[in-house]
Design a protein around this ligand. Structure first.
Ligand SMILES: [Zn+2]
Length: 171
């Protein structure tokens, strides 16, 4: 497993994201180092990617609120053959779905450089946002902290989650 920090990505030349009218404020904030989450003024729902309407109550009263940057890992996968060849320079790496403290989920690239050697990401792991320069863009990666708030720390593995959530065969 590679243990890689954010500095490995600055020189990557990857296909750029395509901001829309709805998502441009989110990208602009990210470029300034701030993770925001689109939040409904009518019902308080936070939603994972920017839209014109609230997914819960259909209100158009939406705004971008600064997120705490703390999240919990929902699921993950180890990537060896990326869909875009340019990401091949940093394989293998993890992608994962994280649930922000605000409740919205985000599909993201995971940094595993602070995990102990051999420790893979686990469902429920605490993750913290790290704005990472990737080529000309800033992307919201999440660093897996390897601690699980609210759960007792256990040695060894969790058999249930490792069979359900590890999407790649063991090495
Ligand atoms: Zn709403």
């Amino acid at each position: 497993m590679s243990l890689r920090g954010e500095r490995a990505y600055a020189d990557l030349s990857v296909a750029p994201p395509t901001p829309t009218a709805e998502s441009r404020p989110w990208w602009d904030a990210l470029r300034a180092g701030r993770l925001t989450v689109q939040t409904c003024g009518a019902c308080g729902t936070a939603q994972g990617y920017p839209r014109t309407r609230c997914v819960r109550c259909w209100s158009a009263e939406l705004s971008f609120v600064e997120a705490t940057g703390r999240a919990e890992l929902v699921t993950h996968s180890e990537v060896h053959r990326p869909g875009q060849a340019s990401w091949g320079a940093v394989t293998p790496y993890y992608v994962g779905l994280v649930r922000l403290e605000e409740g919205a989920t985000l599909l993201t690239h995971l940094l595993t450089d602070v995990l102990p050697e051999g420790r893979r990401p686990r469902v429920g792991d605490r993750c913290d946002v790290v704005p990472v320069q990737v080529g000309e863009w800033v992307l919201p990666f999440f660093r897996v902290a390897g601690v699980r708030p609210g759960l007792p720390v256990r040695d060894g593995h969790d058999a249930v989650e490792s069979t359900v959530t590890d999407l790649v065969p063991p090495e």
